[in-house]
Design a protein around this ligand. Structure first.
Ligand code: ROI
Length: 165
């Protein structure tokens, strides 16, 4: 069986975000045909998009999977549903968001799935935890640091084990 390395972005700003993200990290370890590798620290982050919503908790997890990208997407969406995902409006508050950020070095352009995630390079809440997991990764032919140096301050704060900053 051949395994691909996938990076999953996790985000929540409703219904106890810290618990949502911790539990989702745990559940990623139980996906079929998949080995959990490691997860970043948890981060508190100001909302990107509409500001009249709670701060998010974000993290990134690394998994090795024998699932195809679309089969993995199906599993991630099922996991979101098990968290009774609520999405109140476009770019608004959500219970649990799981984004497939990278799948090996594949470029995927499918109606259901674009990889690398098209907003990854501009989002501190995804780039910084990703760099914590795998600093040498490249994205669109540049180092992660290249993209991180270009970010505006997005109010990202690393949380300790107790969820405090
Ligand atoms: N903003 C932050 N900080 N974290 C997220 O996970 C997140 N997810 C989103 C939008 C609404 C774009 N903003 C976010 O989908």
């Amino acid at each position: 069986m051949t395994y691909a390395r996938a990076y999953i972005g996790l985000g929540s700003n409703l219904d106890e975000p810290l618990a949502q993200v911790r539990q989702a990290i745990n559940e990623l370890g139980k996906l079929s045909l998949t080995r959990f590798e490691r997860a970043s620290s948890l981060y508190a982050s100001r909302p990107v998009g509409p500001q009249d919503q709670p701060d998010f908790v974000n993290a990134v997890a690394a998994i090795d999977t024998a699932l195809s990208p679309l089969a993995l997407l199906d599993q991630l969406q099922a996991l979101e549903q098990r968290h009774r995902r609520r999405r109140l409006r476009h770019w608004g508050p959500r219970t649990l968001d799981l984004d497939l950020l990278l799948f090996n070095d594949q470029h995927i352009d499918h109606p259901r799935l674009v990889v690398p995630h098209p907003h990854l390079y501009e989002r501190a809440f995804a780039l910084i935890p990703l760099a914590e997991l795998d600093a040498p990764l490249t994205l669109f032919d540049h180092s992660l640091d290249h993209w991180i140096e270009r970010l505006e301050d997005q109010g990202l704060a690393r949380l300790d084990e107790n969820g405090s900053n």
